[in-house]
Design a protein around this ligand. Sequence first.
Ligand SMILES: Nc1ncnc2c1ncn2[C@@H]1O[C@H](COP(=O)(O)OP(=O)(O)OP(=O)(O)O)[C@@H](O)[C@H]1O
Ligand SMILES: [Mg+2]
Length: 423
Amino acid sequence: MLARMDVDALLNLSRRLHAARDLDAVMAEVAVAIREATRYRRAWMAVRTADGERFRVVGDRAGGDPAVSARLEAMEVSKDPYLQRCVSATAPFVIDDLRRDPDANQDHVEALGPRTVILVPMVRLAERVGAFVVGTYGDAEGVMPPTPGEYAFIIQVASLVSVVVGRIHAEEQRAALERQVGRSQRLEALGRLAGGISHDFNNLLVTIMGNAELALDLLEGHPAEELVVDVKAAADRAAALTRQLLAFSRGQPLDRRPLDVAEVIGGTARFIRRLLPTTIALEVVPPAEPSVVLADRGQLEQVLVNLAVNARDAMPSGGRLTFETRRVVLDADFVATHPWGRVGDFVVVSAIDTGRGVPPELRERIFEPFFSSKPASRGTGLGLAVVDTVARQHNGFVRVRSGDESGSAFDLYLPRAPEPGRA
Ligand SMILES: Nc1ncnc2c1ncn2[C@@H]1O[C@H](COP(=O)(O)OP(=O)(O)OP(=O)(O)O)[C@@H](O)[C@H]1O
Ligand SMILES: [Mg+2]
C-alpha cells in the first residue's frame, strides 16, 4: 500500500522523466526520488541496449558514490554471474545481506561493499528491458531491509522507469533510421553531381591527352619535353579518377554479357602484377567449377584493380594478395543467422590480403564515397564506393571480413548465370 506522499512523489517523478532524453538523465531523476522517499541513497540499473544484444549498467553519478557507479558500469554483464542473475530475474526480490548470500559474487562484495539489495525486473510489453536496483553499500549504510512501503514504492519506480527506457530506445532507433535515409539521399545527389561533371571532364581530358601526345612528337629532345611528359602523366591520373567517378555515379550504361570470372581475373592479373611491388606475392586460386556471371567486363576489371590497389596500400612492407573464386549457395536458413547474406547461387570473388586490416569502427564507413584514411595525395576514397556500386548494379553485394592486423578479405558476391550454351 502506497502512502499518499509516495503517490505524489511518483506523479512528480513521472512528470520529470518525460523530459529525460537519455538513460543518465533518467537515472539522475530516479535517484533523487529514491533519496527523497526512502532511506536508501543508491540506485542503479542494468538496461538492455537498443540492439537487444548487450546490457548497459547505469549508475547514479551525482548523488551516489561515483567510484561505485564507475566500477559497476565497467563490469560486463555477460561475464559476471551476479549481474547475470540481476538481469535474468523474473520477479522482484530482496537480499538482506549480500555477504551472506551463497550466490553472491564475493569479489564484488569485497570490492564495492554492497549489503542490502532490492531488485525489480524491468519489463515492458512482456519484454525484459533490464533490472532496477536499490541498495546499501558499506558499514556506514549497513544492512537495511526495506519496509513494506519502501518496497512498494521501489517497485512502482521501476515500472515508471521501464516505460521511459522503452520510449528512449524507440527514439534512438528512429534517429538511427533517419541518419540512414539521409545518407542514401546524400549518396544519390552526390552520384548525380559526379556523373554530370565527369562526362564533361572526360571530354576535356581527351583533348588534353591528345594534344600532349602530339606535342611530345614535336618536342623530341627539346627542353620542354619533360614538362609535357608531366602534363600527360597528370592527365592519365585524372582520367583514372574520372573513370572511378563515372563508375560510381552509374553514368555509364552497363554492357552485361556472360563472363567466366576466372578468365577475367586471369586477364587482369597480368595488369595487377605490374601495380604491385615485388615484395607482394600475387596468387590466383581458380574455382572448382565454372563460374559464369552476367557482367560488364570493364566494370569487373575496375573492381579487381581497386581491390588490388587497396591491398597494396595495406601492405607497405610486403605480404600476399590472393584472388580466390568459388561458388557459394546461400539458403534461407543461412540468411536467417547471417543477416548480411541474401538467398541465391553466387560466384564469390575474394581479395584476401595480409595487411593491416580494417578496424571494426571503420567497417561501415569504408564503402562511403570519399571516405579515405590515406593522405589526400594518395586516396580519393572512391575505390570501394565503386566496388559497392558495381556489385549492386550486378544484383550482388560486397562484404568485408577483417580481423585487426590479420589482414582483410573483401568478398564480392555476384549471382551465378547459367553457362553459355546451356541456358
Ligand atoms: N585491403 C584493405 N586493408 C585495410 N584497409 C583497407 C583496405 N581496403 C580499403 N581499406 C580502407 O578503406 C578506405 C577506403 O578505401 P577506398 O578504396 O574506398 O579509398 P582509398 O583507397 O582511400 O582511395 P582511392 O581508392 O580513391 O584511391 C581506405 O582508405 C582504407 O582505410
Ligand atoms: Mg582504394
